[in-house]
Ligand binder design. Structure first.
Ligand code: DGL
Length: 256
């Protein structure tokens, strides 16, 4: 069991930002990453569709022997992780907009959240964001960003002007913390940083997700102790090009 891989899925390449933190912390673990680009973007889909897709992706990863699944997507986590935990016995680690860490860090109580429509309208997100007294949260749906990033463009003019359109109202509002509520946005974090400047901090909760994966493996006693060569397998039902840009050409990407 310890030799079994950790599985990851997302609507494409976004979750690679999470995968990178996990392999940094746990370099002795085997991993399988499923880039479900064919169904991208999840953010504009109905909840039932997001749940169906998450169910299928989970099943696919379990069939490949995964011992733990990282739902490396805010939209899939906020809309379906509860259901996945009910239906499958395997442990799950999800990713959701890190509002709590942002609140802890904020000096003026003004926080911006850029996420997909699916995440912002989810019950889980509403629960986390509504119950916080004395905190002003300004939310923006990042329509169109995922599509550009999926095409392998990480800093063209179209992307920059779209980001400015969503981020400028937050800057004008005076936020001091920005939560990137979509794993795809972390891929263009440097461009976002350039737009928002040094006075706004971008919360990075991918590190916390990796720590949670480690904690669960230790609790379940499934940390990899075998000495075999480690594998990191990537599978996509879309374009390999953007994945290669992020993981390098030396790693193999399989088409399914
Ligand atoms: N990367 C995903 C997220 O974290 C999904 C983006 C999408 O497909 O809309 O929300």
């Amino acid at each position: 069991m310890s030799i079994s891989p950790i599985g990851f899925f997302d609507s494409g390449i976004g979750g690679i930002s999470v995968w990178k933190e996990v392999v940094k912390l746990l370099p002795r673990e085997n991993t399988i990453y499923l880039a479900d680009s064919k169904n991208s973007p999840y953010g504009s889909k109905a909840i039932s569709e997001i749940q169906d897709i998450s169910f299928k992706n989970t099943k696919w990863l379990i069939e490949r022997g995964c011992k733990l699944i990282v739902v490396a997507c805010n939209t899939a986590t906020t809309n379906s992780i509860k259901l996945l935990r009910e239906k499958f016995e395997i442990p799950f680690v999800g990713i959701e907009p890190g509002i709590k860490p942002a609140i802890k860090e904020s000096k003026n109580g003004k926080i911006g959240v850029l996420a997909t429509r699916g995440t912002l309208s989810s019950e889980l997100f509403e629960k986390t964001s509504q119950s916080i007294f004395g905190i002003d949260i300004i939310e923006k749906e990042g329509d169109g960003i995922v599509e550009i990033i999926e095409s392998g463009e990480f800093e063209n003019n179209e992307l920059e002007s779209l980001l400015r359109k969503y981020l400028n109202p937050m800057i004008d509002y005076g936020i001091d913390q920005l939560v990137l509520g979509c794993t795809h946005y972390f891929i263009v974090k440097d461009l976002i940083k350039k737009i928002v400047g040094n006075k706004i901090t971008i919360t990075n909760y991918n590190v916390a997700v990796a720590a949670q994966v480690k904690r669960i493996l230790e609790e379940e006693k499934t940390v990899n102790i075998e000495k075999n060569k480690i594998y990191n397998d990537f599978f996509t039902n879309g374009n390999k090009f953007a994945i290669k840009l992020l993981i390098g050409n030396e790693k193999s990407v399989n088409t399914i």
